[in-house]
Design a protein around this ligand. Structure first.
Ligand code: ABU
Length: 369
């Protein structure tokens, strides 16, 4: 199969329609880097950023990301968009936005961050797009840069919801929180003061939706989504051993019906929900180490970003060519990797899955279990 062959013409007229992570991709929102600002200092931010980047973030909080970080990431982003378009996928972009502007609630003030990762702030379930109640104060107004897109989808028939806007006052954060040491039970910085969640802590397999709790998603947030979606969906919690969990898409991700990719450090197969144990469990290979000093210092992400794959359909996937172990392994499993260099984007919070939000995939709502 020619991996650059465009997808067949869309069959659906719905502006938002996506039920899983692998149906043929028709339209995707891709994030933007213009206006990116180093996140304002807060314990919920620093607890999730790796050592060196966290120290730099604390010193430079509220300043624009420097050019030497933005420019190479922008080049990679532009090339990624070209690949998607060549594959016949419609690419939709948020507005450029001044994330450096200071904003306040009655309780606190902050500057913004960026809209590099639409995967976090919006969750697509079928024809509904849900703005999520995010726990990072600097992301409080992040969806505003997507509002023109959201209004357009809404005018064309999509359902558009915003979860209850959280207060993000001190009661939400455990002041005594420390990252667990090796062997200690996993704990989280969040209390159950109010529902919060990032969309990237969930993945969708039709009527079954899977979630990991994290330092940005609490039990109340998961329960809010469960009640909101009602009886048509089942939400299953997956136990992760990640000591600083933030987002499911470097821990476990479905690659197609019956195929689940797992991070062997964070997921123990015998602890998976029973329904997932029946799927083929594909163990991600050890990530290829990143030796470049600047990339290592500036990354906001962990080494398992090699797993942050975007499925174009059940066979084709976008993978970073740096991760040769992953490229070779997915080929052995019968997939067709499409290599796109993207390592510099890690400084802005992710790779292909994080940087995108698939709003339309051709397919119907199904039960895969
Ligand atoms: N937003 C996904 C990246 C999280 C990680 O560092 O693994």
């Amino acid at each position: 199969m020619n991996v650059h062959a465009p997808l067949p013409e869309p069959l659906t007229e719905r502006p938002v329609s996506s039920h899983n992570e692998w149906d043929p991709l028709e339209e995707i929102i891709v994030g933007r880097l213009e206006g990116s600002t180093i996140p304002s200092d807060h314990p919920v931010v620093t607890c999730n950023i790796p050592g060196m980047a966290a120290r730099a973030q604390a010193l430079a909080a509220g300043f624009r990301f420097p050019k030497f970080m933005v420019e190479p990431a922008q080049q990679e982003l532009d090339a990624f968009i070209q690949v998607l378009e060549r594959l016949g996928v419609k690419v939709t972009r948020p507005e450029p936005y001044n994330h450096k502007a200071k904003f306040s609630t009655p309780d606190w003030s902050s500057r913004g961050f960026c809209n590099s990762c639409p995967r976090d702030s919006m969750l697509v379930i079928g024809d509904e797009i849900i703005e999520t109640p995010m726990a990072w104060p600097c992301r409080y107004f992040e969806t505003h840069s997507y509002r023109p897109i959201l209004k357009d989808y809404f005018r064309r028939g999509a359902r558009w919801t915003a979860a209850p806007r959280p207060q993000l006052t001190d009661e939400l954060f455990d002041p005594a929180f420390k990252l667990p040491e090796k062997g200690e039970p996993i704990r989280y910085i969040l209390t159950e003061f109010e529902p919060v969640f990032d969309a990237a802590d969930f993945f969708r397999c039709g009527r079954d939706i899977f979630v990991t709790r994290s330092n940005v998603t609490n039990a109340m947030g998961i329960e809010w989504l469960r009640r909101h979606l009602g009886e048509g969906y089942r939400i299953h919690e997956i136990k992760s051993r990640c000591p600083n969990p933030m987002h499911i898409d470097t821990t476990i991700l479905p690659l197609g019906p019956g195929k689940i990719l797992i991070n062997p450090e964070y997921i123990y197969p015998d602890e998976l929900p029973d329904i997932l144990k029946k799927w083929d469990i594909l163990v991600a290979p050890e990530p290829d180490p990143i030796e470049d000093r600047i990339l290592k210092i500036t990354s906001m992400c962990g080494k398992w970003l090699s797993m942050n794959i975007l499925m174009i359909d059940e066979k084709r996937m976008i993978v970073d060519p740096h991760h040769t172990n992953m490229m070779r392994q997915v080929e052995k499993w019968g997939f067709e990797p499409i290599p796109v260099p993207f390592l510099h984007y890690a400084a802005f919070g992710g790779a292909f899955h994080c940087a995108t939000l698939d709003v339309r995939r051709r397919g119907t709502l199904e039960s895969y279990f």
